[in-house]
Write a protein that binds this ligand. Sequence first.
Ligand code: SF4
Length: 475
Amino acid sequence: MIQSTPPIVDEETFRRYSGISLPRHVSYPMPTWWSDATEADAEEMRRATERRDQPLDRSLYVHIPFCQALCKFCACCRVILRKTQPGAEERKNVYLDALIAEIRHLGTQPGADRPLRQIHWGGGTPTYLEIDDITRLVTATHEAFTVADDAEVSIEVDPRVTTVEQLSLLRTLGFNRVSLGVQDFDPQVQEHVKRIQPYEMVRDMVAACRELGFVSVNFDLIYGLPYQTIETIRDTLGRCMTLAPDRVAYYHYAQIPEKIATQVAIHHHMMPDSQTKLQMFLLGVQMFGEAGYDFIGLDHFARPDEMLAAAAREGTLQRNFQGMTTGADLDLLGVGASSISHLSQIGFLQNVREPNTFVEHMDTAGSAIHRRKPFTFDDCVRQAVISQIYCGARIVPAVIEARYDIDFAAYFERELGIMRDLERDGLVTVESGNNVQLTFPLGRVLMRNVAAVFDAYLDPEAYRTGEQHCFSVNA
Ligand code: SF4
């Protein structure tokens, strides 16, 4: 077994800053600040994308909410619909009809001729869909949009319910990336979170994906789950390395049963404490580093030749609802229940969350738009700074000044004052030109505190006192 020693973090400073709840900023501004919207609002925002000096190409997120069984830790927007349940087939089909109707509707909207450079199917469990369903959905997408020949086309795969036949079809239909929900390899942890998938099952699925020619195989892992210990995590990480994924998202489990009812059965006494979770995270940083992976942003690791690592080096990385992605220069369109569109420099749009409501809205109104957040100039500037922090662990004022024509030092006078305080506590270094670099490991593990300083919607003291609670865990 690998016996790596994680880097050391100053425990007193870590305790002082980490005992508070802060957002992870998968969006800025956060959904708390969005307002109700209609399809007319959405159309106006889509039209605005056409008035930009340079129209952008697009990416498409497709949400499939169904799952065969519930994982106890799940914070996703999903519906448990066993295929043997009466009416399950009909429920799936009406959702699929509504999803295709929304894709067709967006295909008539301004800018539909601009190519899709990325497509991502997430959930829920996208491979809940049968072969015919998958073919229908892909055909509808190609009829509504122009898909670039070299598009990145990815799908989230649950090894427990995905067949080699499905993977083979997906590959034939142009999917070239898969993301496997692995979470943890320890049998006791798997039993407690009700997600049982032996190492051999994941190993065989990875082998099938490689055989079929998927260019990137990604894993999602979670640390902080019940009954995890440093030794079980060390073992999970070691097993993960033997399968050599191209990219890994190493998420922190957030226990918020007051918001996520399914977590009620997970009691505090089962959970590792915050110091242990910190050690789990640092162990991951150490082991992935030793295995040759680049550490990216808050919690991602990628092989240096993987697109995510290349995008991090080129500064084209972005953080959004899908985690860390390439394609910062694309407009993101979301379809399906709860999905979010991010129209660059224009705003966010979100569909209704609940799948039955999504179907009803599509049937009666031809649209499921529910919430929106048009960006102000200040939103755009701060979003760019927060993105630099999460994607590159630094702030480069010259880039922000060139893009937004501001004097960074004057615009962020208060925030730069706080950066000096954080420098004294060892979270950042402030260099010439007000370039801010997050330190390793302390600044990287307290990245959310640094980003919170630039969030104009939080209390100005939130970065050290906490005032928001906004976590999520990807499936
Ligand atoms: S973690 Fe994934 S597979 Fe499990 S219930 Fe949630 S969405 Fe479904």
